[in-house]
Design a protein around this ligand. Structure first.
Ligand code: ZN
Length: 340
C-alpha cells in the first residue's frame, strides 16, 4: 500500500490526565488513579488514530510528561533533586536540568506499561519513540563523565536495552527523536549518527530517526525566524544518516522552509514526510496533504514515502489535533487514489 500513515509520536493529553496545551504539564491524578488515567488515555490515543485511518499508531506519549525526561526518570546515576540551569539547543532555551553524577544504569523497564497497553488494544503496527542520545545529553548536565561523546554512548547503551525490550513487547518500529541533529550538524555527522546506531544495535523491527525544527512553541518559532529563507541544515547530516543502518527518516515538509530537493540525499531511506503542520491551528484539508505528498514524490520514490505529522502534537488543542489526524488519513487515501 502506498503512503501508509503514522504520527511523529505525541498527542495532546486529556484534561483529566494533565493540563492541555502545555508542555511539561503536571499530572492531575495521583497514585493508583494516575496509573489508571495513563492507561485510559493510552487506549484513547490508539483509538482516535485508528478511527482517523492512521496505519502505524503510537501510544501518543500519554504516560510520559516529556519526551526526554520520560526516559531519564528510569535511569540511575542522575540527580534530579539538584537541578542546574543550562542553555540547551545551543542556548535557544534556558532550562533547569538534572545532573549526571554517577555511572548510568537503567532501574528497570522504562516504557513497558504503555507499550503493552497499546499492543493489547490495536491490531495495527505500533511505532514507539525514544529520545536520541545527542538530544538527551543536550538536556542534562554532566558532573561525571567529563566528555559529551562518552556520556552520549553511555545513554545509547541504555536506549538500546529499552529498545530491544520494546521490540520484544511487540513494537513494530522504534523511532529515535534527534532534534539536536540540526543544531549541532558537524557533531551529528561526526558521532551523533554513530551513537544512534549503537542505540539501534540488534533491532530487527523497523528503525527511524526523527529530526525536526521543534514543536510550535514560541522559542522554536522565534529560532526559525533566524534561519533564513531556506533551511539547509539537513544537507550536512543526511549523507551520514543515509550511510547508516537506520531505515527511515522522519522530517517536516508541510509549511516548512526545508528545500525538499534535500530529500534526494536519502536514496537508501524510507522518508516519513511531515504533511501536517503542528505549529499552526489551521487544519489541513485532504487536498493540502495530497499536495505535500506530490511535492515529496518529486524527490523520493512514492513507494518509499510514509505520511506523518511534522512533529509531536503534545502542546496542541485536542480538537484541532484530532481534526488534523483525520486530515492526515483522508489526504493519504486521496493520494493513493490519485497516484496509485
Ligand atoms: Zn519533532
Amino acid at each position: 500500500m502506498l503512503f501508509p500513515t503514522t504520527i511523529a509520536g505525541s498527542l495532546p493529553k486529556p484534561e483529566w490526565l494533565a493540563e492541555p496545551n502545555k508542555l511539561w504539564a503536571p499530572w492531575k491524578p495521583t497514585g493508583p488513579d494516575l496509573v489508571r488515567a495513563k492507561r485510559d488515555a493510552t487506549i484513547l490515543a490508539v483509538k482516535i488514530q485508528e478511527d482517523a485511518g492512521i496505519d502505524i499508531v503510537t501510544e501518543g506519549e500519554q504516560a510520559r510528561q516529556h519526551f526526554v525526561h520520560g526516559f531519564l526518570e528510569a535511569v540511575d546515576g542522575i540527580d534530579f533533586a539538584n537541578k542546574v540551569e543550562m542553555g540547551i539547543r545551543n542556548d535557544r532555551y534556558k532550562a533547569m536540568v538534572p545532573q549526571v553524577t554517577a555511572p548510568l544504569r537503567l532501574k528497570g523497564r522504562v516504557h513497558e506499561f504503555e507499550a503493552l497497553i497499546a499492543r493489547a488494544h490495536t491490531g495495527n503496527k505500533i511505532k514507539f519513540t525514544l529520545p536520541g542520545p545527542m538530544t538527551i545529553i543536550d538536556t542534562i548536565a554532566d558532573r561525571f563523565y567529563g566528555d559529551r561523546v562518552k556520556m552520549a554512548f553511555a545513554f545509547a547503551a541504555l536506549l538500546n536495552q529499552e529498545a530491544l525490550a520494546l521490540q520484544a513487547d511487540g513494537i513494530d518500529m522504534i523511532q529515535f527523536d534527534e532534534p539536536a541533529f540540526n543544531v549541532y550538524m558537524s557533531e551529528a555527522a561526526d558521532w551523533g549518527v554513530e551513537a544512534l546506531q549503537r542505540a539501534a544495535e540488534g533491532l530487527t523491527c523497523a528503525t527511524a530517526v526523527h529530526i525536526c525544527y521543534g514543536y510550535g512553541i514560541k522559542a522554536n518559532t522565534d529560532w526559525k525566524e533566524t534561519l533564513g529563507a531556506e533551511w539547509r541544515q539537513y544537507e550536512q547530516i543526511f549523507p551520514a544518516i543515509d550511510k547508516s543502518p537506520i531505515q527511515q527518516v522522519a522530517i517536516e515538509c508541510r509549511n516548512s522552509k526545508v528545500p525538499l530537493d534535500l530529500l534526494s540525499l536519502l536514496p537508501n531511506k524510507i522518508v516519513q514526510a511531515g504533511v501536517i503542520d503542528v505549529a499552526s491551528d489551521q487544519v489541513e484539508t485532504a487536498e493540502d496533504v495530497c499536495a505535500t505528498l506530490e511535492a515529496v514524490m518529486k524527490h523520493v520514490p512514492k513507494s518509499n514515502i510514509i505520511a506523518t505529522t511534522n512533529c509531536g502534537m503534545a502542546p496542541m488543542f485536542r480538537d484541532i489535533a484530532e481534526a488534523k489526524l483525520v486530515a492526515l488519513g483522508a489526504g493519504a487515501e486521496l493520494a493513493r487514489q490519485r497516484f496509485g
